[in-house]
Design a protein around this ligand. Structure first.
Ligand code: NI
Length: 256
């Protein structure tokens, strides 16, 4: 049994074989995939995938890379999309100071607006945070994100930050980087996060785990992340996946 709590199956890198890949996931025991939106068109595609495949659920949101394309109308459209069937979260949203594809002030504003939307709709949020730890935590606090909670996707912060986020009701999710040789801190944080706050994900087609780095990622590779987290926490695979399944169901309010 496998779960991938963060995928981008709408990405153009799956255009050639999307259906085949999803069917392969089902055959391999995948029971749930949360497909995260990155802008309006990808959010629409995410909803369509959820309508087509029972195992897929959708999140809708504007990624910080796309923050510069958002205006007040975008947030309204997003609100309408969020009302569609099988939309379980607002995401992925956040800040990215590594690439800075959108001006930081705009990234912050769009993040704050989307947290507001999530609170209005009572939906959890999926947070992207790259080299912007302090500002992300500050905005989550200021915008009262604890009212809805959510997940820190592909978490890269410290143990202290993980605690701050969990205190606000957030789950901590690990992706391919936890399998990389230089991921000492991520492994340490994974050891610290309690079993009932832990999620795993691929972020495919990105972040392919070791030993497959360099290839396109797909949801089935979540097993490598599960193996690594299980090893760190001393949990067998069935036990870990049962916890992840319970956590996913609780956070996104779905029956898996
Ligand atoms: Ni992502």
């Amino acid at each position: 049994m496998l779960i991938d709590t963060h995928a981008h199956l709408d990405d153009k890198r799956f255009d050639g074989d999307r259906e085949q890949i999803i069917n392969q996931c089902v055959e391999e025991g995948m029971v749930c995939i949360i497909n995260a939106g990155s802008n309006l068109s990808s959010s629409v595609k995410s909803i369509a995938l959820a309508a087509d495949y029972p195992i897929i659920y959708a999140a809708v949101g504007i990624h910080p890379h796309d923050a510069a394309t958002a205006d007040q109308n975008t947030i309204e459209v997003l609100g309408a999309l969020a009302a569609k069937k099988k939309v379980v979260a607002i995401g992925e949203i956040g800040l990215d100071y590594h690439y800075d594809f959108s001006p930081r002030e705009l990234q912050k504003q769009v993040l704050a607006d989307q947290i507001g939307l999530a609170r209005e709709l009572k939906l959890p949020i999926i947070i992207h945070d790259r080299e912007s730890h302090r500002d992300v935590v500050e905005i989550l606090k200021k915008e009262k994100a604890r009212e809805v909670g959510g997940v820190m996707h592909c978490f890269s912060g410290s143990r202290e930050m993980a605690k701050e986020c969990m205190d606000m009701g957030f789950y901590i999710s690990f992706a391919g980087p936890v399998t990389f040789d230089n991921a000492k801190r991520a492994r340490e944080v994974a050891g610290y996060v309690p079993e009932d706050r832990l999620l795993i994900e691929t972020d495919c087609p990105y972040l392919t785990p070791a030993p497959l780095r360099g290839r396109r990622n797909y949801p089935g590779n979540v097993k490598y992340i599960a193996d690594e987290i299980g090893r760190i926490k001393g949990l067998d695979n069935d036990r870990l996946m049962e916890s992840v399944l319970n956590n996913t169901g609780r956070l996104f309010n779905i029956d898996i």
